[in-house]
Design a protein around this ligand. Sequence first.
Ligand code: CA
Length: 461
Amino acid sequence: MIKLFLYTLSFSLSLYVQANSQPNLIVIMADDLGYGDVGFNGSEEIPTPGIDSIAKNGVKFTSGYTSYSVCGPSRAGFMTGRYQQRFGFERNPQWNLTDPKSALPKSEMTIAESLSQVGYHCGIIGKWHLGAEPSLRPNKRGFHEFFGHLGGGHAYFPEKLRIVKTEDVKNENDSYVSYITRNDTPVKTTKYLTDEFSDEALSFVERNQEKPFFLFLSYNAPHTPLQATQKYLDRFAHVKDENRRTYCAMVSAMDDGILRLMQKLEELNLDDNTIVFFLSDNGGPESKNSSNNAALRGAKGDVFEGGFRVPFAMKFPKQIKAGQVYDHPVSALDIFATIADLSQSPLNQDKPLDGVNLIPYLTGEKKGIPHQQIYLRKFDGNRYAIRQGTYKLIIPWRGAPPQLYNLENDIGEKDNIASKYPERVRELNDLRKQWDSELIDPIFLGLIHTEAWKNRKKKKK
Ligand code: CA
């Protein structure tokens, strides 16, 4: 009798565990953070104990790539798990409240739409930048909660925010000084924006600890405008350059929030079964926000490594051994594929993901490497990159002959060895063309095409 009771008990327990084993997912995305600006990539200038704790308790990816080298398209790739050039999202969208074309198309499934279908509670905090048209905002794309801004960047001090209603925002510049919204309701924020987002993340986790959740913590830091409070600036009084000092302060503020969030996971006993990814949405625009891409060549917008190889780490204590360093290329596109596999969330069979589940590679269960090739195309300018193993072929501008680099001994892409290896150049160029043939042209004009945006840049110079 006792045996039967114990058996029944253990059986129901195992059912209970199964039902509750769907891992939580937190994706923390920084905006325009330099490759060299986190402790785990060697920064000595900016201490980042919060961000570093993710790598320390999990894995640091030395070759982590985003699928584009500027914000909007990179986010469209992460959000769908697919190269965004497959569906024409290849520019930063213009602010447009009426045109559903200037947004992430409904024909693509988002990671939140997928996870919502298997019981996940999904939230996004911070930057969206995937279109402002009402039928395509976060709440219509699988997110139960949205606390943030729809445009590509934002002012950080509450007193700077002067446009209350989203409907009154006329262009991208205006969107920077509009109110933060909770879902579609404007909120009068009172704190430094990075702190607002961190506080909201802690609250999200507290409120949703009983169910599987997906939190996309999408900091707009350290994207311009360069603005930080005295509390964070004081930590970098020794940094002489004013812009760099402010940038360091902005990263430090974000790191404080991440540290608090990691502590909250432990406090709530969620740490073991929560996957946390940390990455930047593209490389640092060094000349604009004083970021530092370390030894990488180029910056945000480039097809060189500095454009799209980013600080990238993840942890999942339940399955992944702590303290790993993984050198094979991985992609931001892998995040969707990883969680879809673990949670058995539905996918669109007609639109296969370009990412893969990384976990079996990290446990050693699967041999080989996640990606034979990593690709990048920039339609405007006809620029390309393709990485295979340690070799990387790029077409730096329209019509230029391909360049070849071996990143293993030339991470700074200084020594073009194309003439020495014509066979490899041909092979990689053929793969590039084949991939290119699967893509479509951009479906909307970008920020770069608006007069206001061009003038704003001129004014700054
Ligand atoms: Ca960005």
